[in-house]
Design a protein. Structure first.
Length: 123
């Protein structure tokens, strides 16, 4: 029998926690924790789940899809709009789009301003 658990947080390493929290806040709508600071910032959901961003000195961004610097983490988000529309909205706000797109018709792989890959898919 598995241990009864509930995922409570995901934390990303990055060079600038406040900037990366601001990027994710724009499209998740999660509330920025008022105690966020230059070393650790978080976005909180009403049920207690949070996405954290912690400063790492000498941070090296993942190099997806090659593994020179492994991706370390990959987050997926369902979107309620057309993928092209969601992609354009995110690109305007600092996301990047790698050339390699394994299933562009079903989901898009983007990278956040710190280089972490994440996917958007129709919800």
């Amino acid at each position: 029998m598995p241990l009864q658990t509930k995922l409570s947080a995901i934390t990303l390493d990055c060079p600038d926690p406040l900037a990366l929290a601001a990027f994710y806040q724009q499209f998740t709508g999660l509330e920025t924790d008022p105690e966020s600071n230059a070393d650790f910032a978080s976005l909180n959901r009403e049920d207690g789940f949070l996405i954290g961003f912690q400063r790492v000195d000498d941070y090296r961004a993942p190099s997806w899809p090659d593994q020179t610097v492994p991706q370390q983490l990959h987050i997926c988000f369902e979107v309620e709009v057309d993928l092209d529309e969601a992609e354009a909205w995110l690109l305007e706000r600092g996301a990047s789009k790698p050339d390699h797109q394994p299933r562009e018709d079903r989901w898009r792989v983007l990278t956040d301003p710190a280089g972490h890959p994440f996917c958007i898919a129709i919800g």
